[in-house]
Each structure stands twice: as C-alpha cells, then as structure tokens.
Design a protein around this ligand. Structure first.
Ligand SMILES: Cc1ncc(COP(=O)(O)O)c(C=O)c1O
Length: 438
C-alpha cells in the first residue's frame, strides 16, 4: 500500500485544542505510573498495593479449544493474570497488537518517526469503554458529534450524558453521503440543527464496516471523501470498527486508520465479535498524543483491562499466530454470512409483501423497513407479546422521534427460530395494518 510523502503532506494537528475541560484537568496517577512494567523490572517492589501471588488460589489453568487443542497457562503467566498490570495493557499483548495493526492497516504515521501523530496502541476493557472514555476526552457541554444516520444507539447516551449532542448525516449503502456532510459543515453557523451558538463539531464518530444497525460497509471512495472533509473542517475521526473482521468478503476493506495521513483517526477494535464479548478486551489505536491522554483518563476510571483475559488472548494468539487469528476471523465471517443468507431467504418467503431491506455485507443485523408503518414501536411491542424480541428503529436515529425500521439480529438465532420470527413479524404487521392473513 503506497504511503504518501508523510510529513510533507500532512495537516499538523494541535491535539490539545480538542481536549475537553475534564481531559485538561486530568493528571497522571502516581500509583498507576508506578505500575508500569518498565518501572517494575529488576526492582524490589514496595510501591504499589500488589497482593502477594502466594495467596492467589489459582496457580495454573488450561484452555480447551473447539478443535480439541489444550493450551496451558503456566504458573508465571497465571500469577501475572491475577495481578495488576499497566493501564496501557500487558506488554506482550500490546506489542503483538501493535505489529498486527501495522500489518493490517499500515497507518501512514508508522515509520515516520517525526510524525506528530505517530501510531500508539492501548488495550481497553472492550471497545465501548474506550469509546466512552474517548468522548470524555473530547466532548464538553454544548459540543456536537457528527454521526451517521442511523447509528449505534449507545453513542447517543455516551455523548448526551456529557452535555453534548449528536448530529446525524444521512447515509446510504455506501456510507455517509459526503455532500450532505459538507453542506452541514459549510453552513454550520446559519443552519445547524443544534442551536445558533453551537460550536463547530470537532469529532466524527463512524462505523465504516458492518455499520450497526444497517450492516452495510462504506466504499473506499466514501472513506476517502469523508476523510478529506474531516481534514478540511478539522474534525477528528473516531472509527469504531467492531465488525471489521466480520466483513463477508475478502479482501477486507481499507480502514480510515489506513488512510490517516494526518494522525486524526482514533480506531477502536474489539475481540468481542470474534473471540467472545465476555473477555471484555478491545484495543485502541491512534496518534500518541490522543491515546496517551485517553490512557490518563483511564488511569482514574477503569484503571486497566482484565489481565486474566489478556493472558487468555495472548495464549491463543501465541498458539495461532497472525494466520491462525485471521482464520478464526474468517470462520466468524463465514458463519455470520450463512446466518444472514438464511435470514434473507426466510424473509423473502414470509415478509416480501410487508417489508423491504438490503442484504448486509458484514455485521450481525438486518435493517428492515416495515411497509405501512411510520413508527415501529407498537409493532415491536406486539411482537414481544408473541415471544419475538426486536429493536425499534427509532433508537438508532440521531434525535429521532419515529422510524419505520426495525433491527433484526441474526447471529444467535437458529434456522427454526428465524422461520418462527419471520412468521410472527408477518402476522403482527398485517394484524396492525388491518390486512387479512391469507
Ligand atoms: C458499533 C458498536 N460499537 C461498540 C460495541 C461494543 O463492543 P464491546 O463489546 O467491544 O464493548 C458494539 C457492540 O455491539 C457495537 O455494535
């Protein structure tokens, strides 16, 4: 992948300008700093409040994999897994992930040692915790965040609890529509939807691959066009990409991180969708000044991501290598594609006269428009009474008051359940619209 002429072409970003008041006030924690691995090496540790491993009841463990392989967590690793670790994450996993990010995304800042936004990586307790801390770092009361419409509903509460608001830009199956984003930003002072004095947005939050809830993925041209607009209007980009490896086809799309000349992308990855959300491990990649500040905020909140989970993941990755991990991701994508295909087939049979939809190309959801409904809250309520749980589209719309869409998750339902679900949905939607069943 060709890198541009690094320092020559970048927009220099003054990162401090983007920090919230909270982020500016946050200082490093003496106790957390004392937990850095480099501080501890070859020293007599009488600093932190480390419990003695002598009292840890688990001294080793083993993992049995689906293919029958048994992996042992030895006594040394087990001790580490039950102890505090650095807020950045455990050294070996962090290094593995840094190399992995370089291999997969090769951000333009890598290898440019004077690049002000040189790539840095930190391990988080799932990606949501990282994203939420990211908003704390960037958003003050009155600030706005640009999001795609529709988007991941949890983001609204993450931003609103800080006193900020989200402004939606319509998207189609190729991603955010760049002309709409440009029009909004060009006319911000006269016609923004927040209020007359609202400051210009500093941040775009986006899910470029397998968007939740639409499960569409942005084309490369859209990614480039949106990046260019962010450049012109000085926006940082929070790239939340939990469904990246679930993309149904290969090769995988180019990420926003991979085209980030300037160091304006904070990318959030997670093991949730490919290894298991119970591990609660994600990783955040981006320019060192931003990741470093986020780490300071993390020192005083989550403190560190579960070391036991980090050891489990490192044990798996040592066994698998990059290739084995990619195979696990490929298996996940294949599984989800088969689930999606079956749901589409079933929907075609039972729902074609009451709904319309576009086939997902990644992720876990079918975003379905219900014909004859302005809002689906009543429909979803009735489906629940019939034993079928769905999500009302309105919750994915920034500032939304109604939506004719529903979100159907297809990852865990069996084939039989998909048939049942489509039958219930067809029956209930006809009933509410007064259409006799044939
Ligand atoms: C778009 C999006 N971002 C973030 C998350 C949170 O993932 P994690 O389990 O890594 O916190 C999810 C989970 O469903 C998601 O859909």
């Amino acid at each position: 992948m060709a890198k541009q002429n690094g320092l020559g072409n970048i927009c220099r970003i003054q990162y401090e300008k983007y920090f919230s008041k909270l982020a500016r006030r946050t200082k490093s924690s003496v106790l957390r700093d004392a937990a850095e691995a480099s501080e501890l090496k070859n020293k007599i540790i009488m600093s932190g409040g480390y419990p003695s491993p002598e009292i840890f009841p688990i001294i080793s463990s083993q993992l049995t994999l689906r293919d029958g392989t048994v992996l042992k967590i030895d006594e040394e690793s087990q001790k580490d897994s039950l102890q505090y670790c650095s807020t950045w994450g455990m050294d070996d996993l962090r290094q593995w992930l840094k190399d992995f990010q370089k291999k997969i995304h090769n951000p333009p800042s890598v290898g440019e040692d004077k690049h002000p936004g040189e790539m840095e990586l930190m391990i988080t307790a799932g990606s949501q915790d990282g994203i939420s801390t990211g908003f704390q770092m960037l958003i003050d009361e009155g600030d706005s965040v640009i999001v795609q419409n529709p988007t991941y509903p949890s983001v609204f509460s993450m931003v609103e609890r800080l006193g900020g608001s989200t402004v939606g830009i319509d998207s189609d199956k190729h991603g955010i529509i760049p002309s709409k984003m440009r029009t909004l930003l060009e006319n911000w002072e006269i016609s923004n939807p927040v209020n007359k004095n609202a400051p210009r947005p500093k941040v775009l939050y986006c899910i470029p691959t397998g968007e939740n809830p639409r499960s569409a993925s942005w084309s490369f041209e859209r990614r480039q066009a949106v990046y260019q607009i962010c450049r012109e209007f000085n926006l940082l980009i929070m790239e939340d990409d939990p469904y990246y490896f679930t993309y149904f086809n290969r090769p995988l799309p180019r990420s926003m991180l991979s085209i980030d000349e300037d160091g304006r992308v904070l990318r959030f990855d997670t093991f949730s969708k490919v290894l298991g959300p119970g591990l609660r491990i994600g990783y955040l990649t981006g320019p060192r000044p931003l990741v470093g500040k986020l780490m300071l905020l993390y020192q005083t909140s989550t403190s560190l991501a579960c070391p036991f989970s980090q050891v489990i993941i490192m044990t798996l990755l040592r066994e698998w290598g990059v290739e084995g991990f990619i195979q696990q991701c490929d298996r996940t994508a294949q599984f989800l594609k088969e689930q999606a295909d079956y749901l589409l087939l079933t929907a075609n049979t039972y729902l074609s006269d009451v709904a319309e939809w576009e086939a997902p190309n990644a992720g876990m959801f079918l975003w379905m428009k219900m014909k004859g409904f302005e809002d689906t809250r009543g429909l979803v309520k009735r489906c629940k009474e019939e034993g079928l749980l769905l999500i009302e589209g309105v919750y994915a719309i920034p500032g939304g008051t109604m939506s004719p869409y529903i979100r159907i998750a297809f990852a865990i339902a069996s084939k039989q359940q998909m048939i049942e679900a489509c039958k219930i949905l067809a029956k209930v939607s006809k009933e509410l619209r007064g259409i006799p069943e044939n």
